[in-house]
Design a protein around this ligand. Structure first.
Ligand SMILES: C[S@@+](CC[C@H](N)C(=O)[O-])C[C@H]1O[C@@H](n2cnc3c(N)ncnc32)[C@H](O)[C@@H]1O
Length: 369
């Protein structure tokens, strides 16, 4: 086996991908779309994950999006979404995916699955009880992890009314007072240290292999980030925070789930090509934009350098790479830095707006002309 193949499958060998890990995107597509230097007719290479951000990229009016994932279960998340866009109304879509209460998710799921391939159908049929209970956007390991947090940990820290009060509309000084007076207590500090320890996160949500390259205390990181999202940003406008703390959708939705985007996305679904496999080997030709999720964070520096180099070979002049880091610092490898330019000013502006507040870094790099 060549070195290329060894590097590409190494994360696959360490982590198990049989289950759905992320049943919805935990990255803010508003930021993603603003970060690309987009013109109609471009080609994008994107990590699939749950598929929400692939769908959001259609709003840039691309010629094609190649969406790749190592995990068949993640590809099935996008397949179900595409079928739902084709067969359900917007409200039905929100019900099926758990952003609205529903007593008929079984029927909505059955309708959407009629439009799916047998593999996708059988995966989602096996998940039907969970879909009925939580919605198709809440059945991943990561969402289960937040559910455990809401059920067992959050009530030890704050009352339901304090949690609900986070989402009241306030100006910045009032948000700061609320945070310091009501949220930031000793139980918050203690419980976040325990719950976000690498051991517990490994058990409940993230595969422990993903922590091989992560330094620092996850609890302290989470506390800093929550303060930013609760005080510097406006939590009443944050769908990710609402979902994490309350488990319900509100009027504020992620990009691909908004009513005003539904018809446009539905009309452009045939521009998506799905590939199960490593992103560096997916699709043909060159791309103008790369949505790389936070894949480099799960790789060693050597793997990052190798995969980054391969993606760079497939970049059109002026193409942009966009990716996040949760805790491990990742950016263009040193020996390739002369071929890309990092865009710190654009990054700084977007970081202020990034509603998926838990990442420590957002990286935008532009390929030299
Ligand atoms: C990196 S994960 C993170 C998702 C996101 N940060 C979140 O919290 O929802 C996103 C997806 O990338 C996929 N993935 C990781 N490395 C990959 C690679 N080299 N090629 C294709 N897919 C990859 C995983 O299977 C997963 O579905």
């Amino acid at each position: 086996m060549g070195k290329k193949a060894v590097m590409s499958v190494s994360i696959d060998q360490r982590a198990s991908f049989e289950a759905i890990r992320y049943a919805r995107a935990w990255e803010d597509a508003d930021v993603l779309l603003s970060g690309f230097h987009a013109r109609p007719g471009q080609r994008f290479l994107s990590i699939c994950a749950a598929g929400d951000n692939v769908l959001a990229l259609l709003l840039l009016d691309p010629q094609e999006i190649v969406a790749a994932d190592l995990s068949a279960a993640q590809i099935a998340c996008l397949q179900l979404r595409m079928a739902a866009f084709r067969t359900l109304s917007h409200n039905e879509f929100l019900e099926l995916f758990g952003a609205r209460a529903s007593s008929r998710r079984d029927l909505l799921l059955a309708r959407a699955l009629q439009d799916c391939d047998p593999e996708t159908r059988s995966l989602w049929q096996s998940l039907a009880p969970e879909v009925e209970k939580y919605g198709a956007g809440n059945v991943g390991k990561f969402e289960a992890y937040f559910r455990h947090f809401r059920r067992f940990i959050l009530p030890l820290i704050h009352s339901g009314s304090t949690v609900e009060s986070v989402f009241a509309e306030r100006d910045r000084p009032a948000r700061e007072r609320f945070f310091e007076d009501r949220w930031n207590n000793r139980r918050w500090n203690l419980c976040t240290s325990l719950f976000f320890s690498k051991t517990v996160m490994g058990w409940l949500g993230r595969d422990p292999a993903f922590f091989d390259h992560v330094d620092g205390s996850a609890g302290a990181h989470v506390r800093r980030k929550v303060r930013f999202a609760a005080v510097d940003q406006d939590p009443s406008q944050n769908p990710y925070m609402l979902e994490i703390l309350t488990g319900r959708g509100g009027d504020v939705l992620p990009t691909a789930w908004r009513a005003e985007n539904y018809a446009t996305i539905a009309a452009r679904l045939d521009r998506i090509s799905l590939v199960k496999g490593p992103i560096d080997q997916a699709g043909e030709g060159v791309f103008d934009g790369f949505n790389l999720s936070d894949i480099f964070e799960y790789m060693s520096l050597e793997e990052t350098a190798e995969i980054y180099g391969k993606l760079l070979e497939r970049a059109a002049p002026g193409a942009r790479f966009i990716y996040w880091n949760m805790m491990a610092p990742r950016s263009a490898p040193q020996d390739l830095q002369h071929r890309v330019k990092r865009l710190p000013d654009v990054e700084a502006g977007l970081k202020q707006l990034d509603k998926a507040f838990f990442y420590s870094d957002l990286v935008l790099e532009e390929v030299a002309d």
